[in-house]
Design a protein around this ligand. Structure first.
Ligand SMILES: *[C@@H]1O[C@H](CO)[C@@H](O)[C@H](O)[C@H]1NC(C)=O
Ligand SMILES: *[C@@H]1O[C@H](CO)[C@@H](O)[C@H](O)[C@H]1NC(C)=O
Ligand SMILES: *[C@@H]1O[C@H](CO)[C@@H](O)[C@H](O)[C@H]1NC(C)=O
Ligand SMILES: *[C@@H]1O[C@H](CO)[C@@H](O)[C@H](O)[C@H]1NC(C)=O
Ligand SMILES: *[C@@H]1O[C@H](CO)[C@@H](O)[C@H](O)[C@H]1NC(C)=O
Ligand SMILES: *[C@@H]1O[C@H](CO)[C@@H](O)[C@H](O)[C@H]1NC(C)=O
Ligand SMILES: *[C@@H]1O[C@H](CO)[C@@H](O)[C@H](O)[C@H]1NC(C)=O
Ligand SMILES: *[C@@H]1O[C@H](CO)[C@@H](O)[C@H](O)[C@H]1NC(C)=O
Ligand SMILES: *[C@@H]1O[C@H](CO)[C@@H](O)[C@H](O)[C@H]1NC(C)=O
Ligand SMILES: *[C@@H]1O[C@H](CO)[C@@H](O)[C@H](O)[C@H]1NC(C)=O
Ligand SMILES: *[C@@H]1O[C@H](CO)[C@@H](O)[C@H](O)[C@H]1NC(C)=O
Ligand SMILES: CC(=O)N[C@H]1CO[C@H](CO)[C@@H](O)[C@@H]1O
Length: 829
């Protein structure tokens, strides 16, 4: 028996809208329903669904509204009566992928819906509906909102060789997926009870990956001597079962990982009754989603905000300045160029607003484009002075300000950079501008128009057919592209020589000592004492902060301080603590960090934070997050950063128990170039210190890998790193000894009470032991460590989420999880 699904169903879904079942009113919060092309401000309630649609006019500046002919209206729901047409421009609307060709693309309606965050999870990309079938349906219409609380559109599905069964009783649908009861009260069974139910996905390339969700409920009243029990096979491999659907209660079975085609390009699910079953298998409802890989990373929020501020302050009216400035890559904003390799976060590296009719001053928002290499503002009517911040933008290599009406003096620091050739500065045709400090008398205080920061912009990528997808974009490591200086402009030469060292730090983050006293309420509450000073609690702009006061006597203090500030200002990552400000007044030096409400990891392991024990899943998450932070330092930063003091007290937890690496005080940047190591004064904490680094004094990122291995062992064992009373004092040697004796259970932290998947424990121990390899060359990279930990975390999460079955005969098997109703205790673990 064979049933075929193909993407033609998408067309079916679009046509069923005109005849839908009646429904009762439901909550529409979290819904966005746009009637594209309808007049600005217009709104209406759709008659059959009671969904409220509003005009899309506030969401787009381009395109033209049109209507369909009166005669066709009755065939469609009202949101299809208007449409927005895009006859102009190659980049329009909600960051759309518009295909150019001999037709004009259009959108009729745009609808966004909210699902529970526990359902329809994908490991990568987004999910696109392939089929959503109400199997064995006795009705001929599809249905959606009003019957389906999440507004999923269901299609009746019957197959020739299957028979329908249905019930008049109620079926409990109360699990996270909440399939509509109308879909669950009907089901299909094979007409020949000895045949399996085969479901083959056709009409797609073999590279397509799917997630499959099947909803089952027993809807026949079984006699005591009857059973319905079946296995779920995929491409002839057993993936789940034996399984007995619950009486009049929904079980949702889904694939938590991607389903891939077999060698023949085949995707076949088969429900097969077991030998003990007196009844054939049944299927009530089924959903199949394709994984849509969008290899597009969005530009960082901060840079997008800066561009939107620049756009609104200068009143830039370029038609394509909508959505994300850098993506899709082939449709960037005009005048903007971005760095970008696939899968990396694009950064704005050049901004060309030459001859764009700009007026007013040079906006400070430009300084938020922290990766900018080329700035061309030539041939505009810009007034005011050349701002100092341009000299402080470290990446900036080319500045063209020629052909404007700028006046005053050019900042000495900028002149100096121009003189040294590190910036190519072009200022021709600004009659009021002088290149020496002597004319600085008329220098007026700069004032920048502050534009409201544009509201968070949600980029919705749509395929022209109008299929809504849900994005889960993963931010990966960021690497800056090398810059090839464009020498199109002449470097400015000047006689002035100031020997001025350019300030690295933006002024707005610099605080006075008085501020620090205020923030900490006169150093009222001590949070902790670190290697270089005391950390106090403080409040800055109503946000809690941690203020680290560096000890004046610290010999290394000042250098350390500068290093830390310079690094932290460059480094931004969700798994690294964020520096929000600093103070440097002579000897009085302090750093202000985001406050990490839950202290450090060591406190949680030792129980100093109270009796609650970190679960294994919690520990894996902390490990994965801090590994990512470290991976970012190693691979995302240029020059690479070696932390040099990885330990459990430097892994901090915020109020959501997210882990972040702290204390870059000992970090040193690698010099640019081909060197793979630097020689520095050995620093670090005993026990965590890489013996190879200690011995050779040669530092590589693999020293951090060693320290991280120690942290992993602490997470598993919860024992001291060095314990002289132990057979082997160092934790790594001790674990190695226990492993060699085969005594592996005794190393695991007894506080975990055996609540873990042993496979993940051993995998972590294995990873940790490779990190501790005496030879740094044999240690893994943090990238590998991150991958291992994520894999373990996923396994542990799946274990905790529900029962999990894997095919024991083949490791490439897929997994099926069960999601039971909350009221019933799962019997089929
Ligand atoms: C159904 O699938 C099973 C296992 O994949 C296969 O052995 C059987 O031949 C299929 N039956 C039909 C009718 O396609
Ligand atoms: C459907 O059933 C008919 C006979 O009832 C059989 O000839 C045909 O092969 C079956 N089709 C599939 C796909 O199983
Ligand atoms: C829509 O709402 C109105 C009033 O709120 C109600 O009378 C009507 O039955 C609802 N229609 C549907 C289809 O839910
Ligand atoms: C899901 O949402 C709930 C409540 O909104 C939140 O507590 C929980 O952390 C979320 N889970 C995930 C995995 O995001
Ligand atoms: C459901 O009720 C209808 C009408 O009362 C009846 O004709 C039908 O046989 C019932 N179906 C089942 C499965 O009991
Ligand atoms: C189950 O028992 C009923 C009588 O209670 C009988 O009619 C039926 O044949 C039995 N079915 C099976 C599969 O033994
Ligand atoms: C379903 O009902 C039948 C008959 O009452 C009973 O034998 C069986 O155990 C029930 N199944 C489940 C999973 O509760
Ligand atoms: C099927 O029945 C036999 C004998 O009653 C039993 O040993 C076996 O465990 C059953 N199989 C399943 C999968 O329940
Ligand atoms: C944009 O920048 C890339 C380097 O990231 C460079 O290869 C490309 O030529 C630039 N494109 C334009 C139009 O300047
Ligand atoms: C900026 O764009 C103009 C054309 O619009 C071009 O002539 C100029 O070379 C560009 N500037 C840079 C730095 O690429
Ligand atoms: C800017 O003005 C100069 C001088 O008039 C001219 O040569 C140049 O082509 C202009 N550049 C652009 C991009 O308009
Ligand atoms: C960025 C993106 O997704 N571009 C796609 C837009 O659609 C065309 C045609 O379907 C594809 O060729 C592009 O790759």
């Amino acid at each position: 028996m064979l049933m075929a699904f193909s993407s033609c169903f998408l067309l079916v879904l679009l046509q069923i809208f005109s005849s839908l079942l009646l429904s009762h009113a439901q909550d529409q919060s979290g819904f966005i329903s746009l009637d594209c092309g309808s007049p600005k401000g217009s709104t209406f309630r759709e008659r059959t669904t009671n969904l409220t649609y509003i005009s899309d006019a506030n969401f787009i500046n381009t395109g033209i509204g049109r209507s369909i002919k009166q005669a066709y209206r009755t065939q469609f729901q009202q949101q299809a009566w208007n449409l927005r047409s895009f006859p102009q421009g190659i980049r329009n609307c909600y960051t759309l992928n518009l295909t150019t060709g001999d037709s004009t693309p259009f959108i009729s309606a745009l609808e966004l819906r909210k699902l529970m965050n526990t359902t329809y999870l994908t490991q990568q990309g987004s999910l696109q509906n392939f089929i959503r079938a109400d199997v064995g349906s006795t009705i001929t219409q599809g249905f959606r909102y009003g019957i389906d609380v999440f507004d999923r559109v269901w299609t009746p599905f019957n197959f020739g060789n299957w028979s329908q069964i249905s019930t008049n009783q109620t079926v409990n649908v109360n699990n996270d997926y909440q399939p509509p009861e109308i879909a669950m009260v009907t089901a299909s069974i094979p007409t020949d009870p000895d045949e399996p139910m085969n479901i083959t996905l056709v009409g797609v390339e073999r590279t397509v990956r799917f997630y499959v969700f099947m909803h089952f409920a027993e809807i026949q009243e079984l006699n005591a001597n009857e059973t319905r029990e079946f296995n779920i096979m995929y491409n002839d491999k057993h993936i789940y079962g034996p399984f007995r659907p619950l009486n009049f209660t929904t079980s949702s079975v889904y694939t938590p990982t991607e389903v891939v085609a077999d060698a023949n390009g085949q995707y076949t699910f088969s429900l097969q009754r077991t030998g003990n079953s007196t009844l054939p298998p049944l299927l009530n409802a089924m959903e199949v989603y394709m994984v849509n890989l969008l290899s597009l990373q969005e530009t960082e929020r901060k840079e997008v905000d800066a561009m939107l501020n620049i756009k609104s302050s200068y009143g830039v009216t370029k038609i394509d300045w909508e959505g994300d400035p850098c993506v899709p890559r082939d449709y960037r904003w005009s005048g903007v160029n971005c760095s970008g390799i696939d899968n990396e976060i694009p950064k704005i590296i050049s901004l060309n607003l030459s001859a764009s009719g700009l007026t007013g001053e040079i906006l400070e928002f430009i300084s938020d484009l922290t990766n900018l290499e080329v700035l061309d503002l030539s041939n505009n009517s810009l007034t005011g002075s050349v701002p100092e911040f341009l000299a402080n933008m470290e990446t900036l290599k080319v500045i063209n300000l020629s052909g404007n009406e700028l006046n005053g003096s050019i900042p000495a620091t900028l002149l100096d950079k121009g003189r040294r050739g590190s910036i190519s500065l072009s200022i021709k045709g600004n009659t009021g501008l002088c290149s020496s400090n002597s004319c600085a008398t008329t220098k007026k205080k700069k004032k920048t128009v502050i534009a409201p920061v544009a509201a968070s912009l949600v980029s919705v990528f749509l395929i022209a057919a109008g299929i809504v997808t849900f994005l889960i974009l993963k931010r990966k490591k960021r690497t800056k592209l090398g810059f090839n200086p464009n020498t199109g402009t002449t470097p400015l030469h000047s006689n002035s020589h100031h020997g001025y060292e350019s300030p690295v730090i933006a002024k707005n983050r610099k605080l006075t000592y008085i501020d620090v006293v205020k923030i900490t309420n006169n150093f009222e509450r001590v949070l902790g004492r670190g290697g270089f000073g005391v950390v106090y609690y403080g409040v800055l702009d109503n946000e809690p902060v941690a203020v680290k006061i560096l000890t004046e006597s610290t010999a290394l203090g000042y250098k350390q301080f500068k290093a830390e500030v310079e690094l932290l200002l460059r480094v931004h990552h969700k798994d690294l603590t964020c520096l929000v400000g600093y103070c440097e007044e002579g000897e009085k030096m302090s750093l202000i960090y985001e406050f990490m409400a839950n202290g450090d990891l060591r406190e949680h392991l030792t129980g100093k934070r109270g009796p609650s024990v970190l679960t294994w899943e919690g520990r894996l998450r902390i490990a994965a997050e801090s590994a990512q932070g470290l991976e970012y330092l190693h691979n995302g930063c240029k020059p690479q950063i070696v932390h040099r003091d990885i330990k459990t007290t430097n892994i901090l937890l915020n109020e959501k128990f997210q882990a972040k690496l702290a204390d870059f005080g000992l970090s040193r940047s690698f010099p640019l170039g081909t060197e793979t190591h630097v020689s520095t004064v050995v620093a670090g904490t005993p026990g965590y210190l890489d013996p190879e680094y200690y011995r050779t004094n040669w530092l590589t990122e693999k020293s951090d890998v060693f320290s991280f291995g120690v942290v992993l062992l602490e997470l598993v064992t919860n024992r001291p790193v060095i314990d002289q009373k132990r057979e082997r004092p160092h934790i790594g040697e001790w674990v190695g000894l226990m492993l060699s004796r085969g005594d592996i259970t005794s190393i695991v932290d007894p506080k975990l009470q055996g609540d873990f998947d042993p496979n993940t424990i051993w995998k972590v121990v294995e990873t940790a032991m490779t990190c501790l390899n005496p030879s740094s060359a044999r240690r893994p990279t943090m990238t590998q460590v991150v991958m291992d930990l994520k894999e373990c975390l996923n396994m542990e999460m799946a274990r905790n989420m529900g029962s999990r079955m894997t095919d024991s005969t083949n490791d490439s098997s897929i997994e099926i999880s069960m999601n039971f109703t909350t009221e019933l205790n799962p019997g089929a673990r």
